[in-house]
Design a binder for this molecule. Structure first.
Ligand code: GTP
Ligand code: MG
Ligand code: NA
Length: 461
């Protein structure tokens, strides 16, 4: 694959951190959007992606002193949002595996929390460079808001006792990072970004430090990873979500981390019933600075280069499996090449199927995405509940019929469907009533866990 030394692709930035530290809110502040307000329970349960063209980033950082103006080698930033809730380890892992650099968000009032630690482990394993957003500085007692101001200007403008509390919490944070093996320093005092993690105080509500965060991201990617970001034609593409969109049918959301995708390309993806070979009908992206996981208007492209979050419309995607690789044929593809690609894409799927109990006894699990399905399976495994079947998408009558066989097999407690964030068809609900099959539904994953745990406790006495 040809490398082009004088051309860089957009870096992929992953936002990681403990639940409710403000990951989504920070992105909302940069995008001037309100994605967080629309989330069920105010928690993120999917991976998101937003494309920030560099001119937008430059606009946001223009308030930083002139001498710090950005040089302009990368075309954009692709920022990936991840859930902080403990159930979604799989999605944090997937997000961090895709990225070049990460923003670890820490609530300055709470310090390092369990999923902060988990995120640090992921970053360590993959040797991913990261910066820390020390978020919610506006929560410091008596903080005076300086909207969207570089924090290097906002901090000296605070009263002495506010500055003192800030310094104390900053020192505590540095000690906590040292305990997990990282030297860290507030970014304006950080003379060696290779040996010390930069800490950037931010507020996602009033916007202090947001310009600093963006500035640091761009300057670090340019300084530390221009080799890694060299543009190559080799296709690397990960399927994030499978979604039904009105007017488009079943689509897949992908992150293109390398190479180029074109309309009309023959793609090969992993499917629940075997490999899917299909042709790209349309390549769609949200508008720049809009979150991919939020339904909105799409821009259609004849071809797209990495890095980008893309919605692909094509036939036959109903049974596609998220979290797997998307492959592409060269020159339309011979039968021989297609066979190789079919084998290749199905490799990832083997692991998830091992969760299904061979005896055929167990509950039935249905979810809107593979990511949430994986989270449900992990929960059931830790609760020692066997799984007889799984599916992605709405609950149909046939799913109820399958589940009802547990009653004949004298395992009535398993005649249960756990349905996360998927509709239950009216006929399916009626049949479940008739056959005495329980359906648990929820759009917040831990509510589903709670309901089901209460039910099992009841049964097991
Ligand atoms: P998950 O994705 O569910 O892990 O949460 P998150 O890290 O994306 O946090 P989110 O953006 O959902 O914010 C959580 C809560 O903290 C919301 O109520 C936000 O309004 C609030 N919040 C986020 N950032 C700030 C901040 O800088 N200052 C203050 N005061 N509140 C904040
Ligand atoms: Mg979030
Ligand atoms: Na949240």
């Amino acid at each position: 694959s040809a490398r082009t030394p004088d051309r860089l692709r957009s870096p992929i930035v992953c936002i990681l951190g403990h639940v409710d530290t403000g990951k989504t809110k920070i992105l909302d502040k940069i995008r001037k959007t309100n994605v967080q307000d629309g989330e069920a329970g105010g928690i993120t349960q999917q991976i998101g992606a937003t494309f920030f063209p560099l001119d937008a980033v430059k606009r946001e950082t223009s308030k930083l002193a002139a001498g710090r103006a950005l040089s302009h080698d990368i075309p954009a930033l692709l920022i990936i949002d991840t859930p902080g809730h403990e159930s979604f380890t799989n999605l944090r892992s997937r997000g961090s595996s895709l990225c070049d650099i990460a923003i670890l968000v820490v609530d300055i009032m709470h310090g390092l929390e369990p999923q902060t630690m988990e995120s640090i482990q992921l970053l360590k394993q993959r040797k991913t460079p990261f910066i820390v957003a020390l978020n919610k500085v506006d929560r410091l007692y008596d903080w005076k808001a300086k909207p969207m101001t570089p924090v290097i200007d906002a901090l000296p403008a605070q009263k002495k006792h506010v500055q003192d509390e800030f310094k104390r919490r900053l020192e505590e944070t540095k000690v906590a990072f040292a305990e997990v093996g990282f030297n860290s320093e507030v970014y304006w005092d950080n003379d060696d970004v290779r040996s010390h993690v930069s800490l950037v105080p931010t507020s996602a509500i009033s916007g202090e430090g947001i310009p600093d965060l963006l500035y640091l991201l761009v300057s670090l990617t340019q300084k530390l990873m221009s080799d890694r970001l060299m543009w190559t034609s080799h296709l690397e593409c990960t399927l994030l979500e499978v979604k039904v969109i009105e007017g488009l049918g079943t689509t897949i959301d992908v992150i293109l981390t390398g190479g180029t995708l074109k309309e009309g390309d023959t793609i090969v993806v992993c499917g629940l019933d075997g490999a899917i070979v299909t042709t790209v009908r349309a390549l769609l992206t949200p508008h720049p600075m809009k979150e991919m996981r939020v339904k909105g208007q799409y821009v259609r492209h004849a071809s797209i280069e990495a890095a980008q979050g893309i919605k692909i419309s094509a036939d036959g995607l109903d049974r596609a499996v998220a979290g797997t690789q998307l492959l592409i044929t060269e020159d339309g593809g011979s039968e021989e090449e297609l066979d190789l690609l079919r084998v290749e894409v199905m490799k990832d799927f083997a692991t998830i199927l091992t969760a299904v109990d061979r005896s055929g006894v167990g509950v039935y699990v249905q979810a809107s995405t593979l990511g949430s399905l994986e989270a449900l399976l992990a929960f059931l495994e830790s609760s020692e509940i066997p799984v007889a079947g799984l599916n992605i998408g709405p609950v149909h009558k046939k799913d109820i019929v399958k589940t009802s066989t547990m009653i004949e097999r004298k395992k009535k407690e398993y005649a249960t469907v756990l349905a996360f964030d998927v509709p239950v068809e009216k006929e399916a609900r009626e049949l479940a009533e008739e056959l005495d099959v329980r359906i648990f539904t929820a759009d917040i994953i831990y509510h589903l866990f709670d309901q089901f745990t209460a039910y099992m406790d009841d049964i097991r006495g």
